[in-house]
Design a protein. Structure first.
Length: 232
């Protein structure tokens, strides 16, 4: 694809937690090169081997999604929440005192953190063809959580509608099963250069900024993270 930044899973480095309960692999952060003390937003994957307290992140909002494993119970400021449904985002405050208890063994979770004063995030999952077209000043990260996907850069057109969150969905026409050779009317928008697109494996990600448009065909589950400046 000719738009967006590609982040391959194989290029990530695992960082061990201070309490020894797991490791984290950063997918992307903004601004580029930001650390834990100065990010506006940060997206990562964590291998959780044992329960225990979560680190405190004052002024940060968090969204956590179970990707692999039986799930966990999160106790957030004294209230217990069962987080065991795969690919179901769970939002909570990084200011809260949070304890994690694993429900049956190790797991992998997908984490989105945003600095409340600068950025907000909306996390959703997709299992079919879709397009994204972030508005100026916003960014959208697409990551494959299960299976594979294909990504294409496309030109924005009147046929693509955009909602208030900057998420665009290419129009499709539903059809029943068709004989071999019949036209596929559920395909995403075609890339301007007519190429087949970029193959994405599990945990590969693409980050698109305002003015860029990408079409994705998912064979599995993808998370779509819409990152918007606070107050907009």
């Amino acid at each position: 694809m000719t738009a967006g930044r590609l982040f391959r899973a194989q290029d990530r480095t695992a960082t061990s937690w201070r309490n020894g309960g797991g490791v984290t692999r950063e997918v992307a952060a903004g601004p580029a090169g930001a650390g834990l003390d100065d990010f506006a937003w940060r997206v990562s994957l964590a291998d959780v081997a044992a329960g225990g307290p979560f680190s405190s992140f004052p002024g940060v909002d968090r969204v956590i999604t179970v990707v692999e494993g039986p799930g966990m119970e999160l106790t957030v400021d004294g209230t217990a929440h069962t987080v065991d449904e795969p690919y179901a985002p769970f939002p909570f405050s990084g200011d809260a005192v949070t304890e994690c208890r694993l429900l049956g063994g190790p797991l992998v979770d997908f984490n989105v953190m945003t600095r409340r004063a600068t950025t907000t995030a909306r996390v959703r999952t997709e299992r079919e063809a879709f397009s994204v077209a972030p508005e100026e000043g916003t960014e959208t990260l697409v990551i494959v959580l299960a299976g594979t996907a294909t990504a294409k850069a496309v030109d924005a057109s009147p046929a693509t509608t955009t909602d208030a969150n900057g998420d665009a969905t290419a129009p499709t026409t539903s059809t029943d099963a068709s004989p071999a050779g019949a036209a596929d009317t559920t395909a995403p928008a075609t890339a301007a250069n007519g190429t087949a697109g970029t193959a994405l494996g599990r945990y590969d990600a693409v980050l698109l900024s305002g003015g860029e448009t990408g079409a994705f065909r998912v064979d599995g589950v993808a998370a779509v993270v819409t990152l918007t400046p606070a107050g907009t």
